[in-house]
Design a binder for this molecule. Structure first.
Ligand code: SF4
Ligand code: SF4
Ligand code: FES
Length: 256
């Protein structure tokens, strides 16, 4: 018996104030013979849209085979990192009003590609395992010894402040996959792993700093960073990534 025909979805009405933009999307499907290529789609947009809305439009109405990750749509889960017009961003945090030309008669093409340096599985979906392997390798959890305290571990506001910035990481990989050192040699731990090591190295309650710093003193560790700041520019949480890396480097120098 042949499979039932799937009806094409009905396009929603286009608001009068919408403008049409071209989304040029990098495509790859390991199960077809087309190889890596670009597909372009005409999509209606309003200044209040986020780029994620446009990607959802393509997926829901134009090509259901288009594949990308997203979840919260509010800049919290970190799953929709992608290269948008050549820079790493979260699609849910890119406002169309920031991309649309002032002159509405001008056309707009937006390129969307997968983040770099990780194997592409399909369209915008990359294999995140090498990224999470580096994260796990720096032991991103509180390490303590001795008996458990009978009450919570006390910390002063000043001590908490030392690692406040690096607690904001959502593991989106925008930083690591914008790093030229990571592109050239995927064995570099990458900025996100160092940020998450920083979060515990500078925590006054933690006793695993020496262990983590030993790991980051490795040939693939912090010394590979060339201070190009791509990672800081890419972070959607505004974390001072390169500064955190510098602080870990300095801690290593003064612990010798
Ligand atoms: S500052 Fe260091 S970690 Fe960040 S992008 Fe540049 S080389 Fe990579
Ligand atoms: S440091 Fe910023 S860019 Fe890097 S993984 Fe964390 S949130 Fe994403
Ligand atoms: S969808 Fe969760 S951060 Fe964008």
């Amino acid at each position: 018996m042949s499979a039932p025909a799937i009806e094409a979805p009905t396009l929603p009405p286009i608001p009068e104030s919408a403008v049409m933009v071209t989304l040029k999307i990098a495509r790859f499907n390991p199960e077809d013979d087309l190889g890596a290529h670009w597909d372009s789609f005409q999509v209606p947009t309003l200044p209040t849209d986020r780029l994620l809305n446009l990607l959802m439009y393509v997926k829901n109405y134009l090509d259901g085979t288009f594949t990308f990750r997203r979840s919260c749509a509010h800049g919290v889960c970190g799953s929709d990192a992608m290269r948008i017009n050549g820079v790493n961003r979260l699609a849910c945090k890119v406002l169309m009003r920031d991309l649309l030309p002032k002159d509405s008669s001008k056309s707009l093409t937006i390129t969307v590609e997968p983040i770099r340096g990780l194997p592409v599985e399909k369209d915008l979906v990359v294999d995140m395992e090498p990224f999470f392997d580096a994260f796990r390798a720096v032991k991103p959890y509180l390490i303590t010894t001795g008996n458990e305290p009978t009450r919570e571990r006390i910390q002063s506001q000043a001590d908490r402040h030392r690692f406040d910035d690096t607690t904001k990481c959502i593991l989106c990989a925008c930083c690591t996959t914008s790093c030229p050192v990571f592109w050239n040699d995927g064995s570099y731990f990458g900025p996100a792993a160092i940020v998450n090591a920083h979060r515990f190295i500078f925590d006054s309650r933690d006793e695993g700093a020496a262990e983590r710093m030993e790991i980051l003193n490795d040939a693939e560790g912090v010394w590979r960073c060339r201070t190009t700041f791509n990672c800081t520019d890419a972070c959607p949480r505004g974390i001072e990534v390169t500064k955190a890396i510098q602080e870990v480097k300095r801690a290593l120098l003064f612990s010798r």
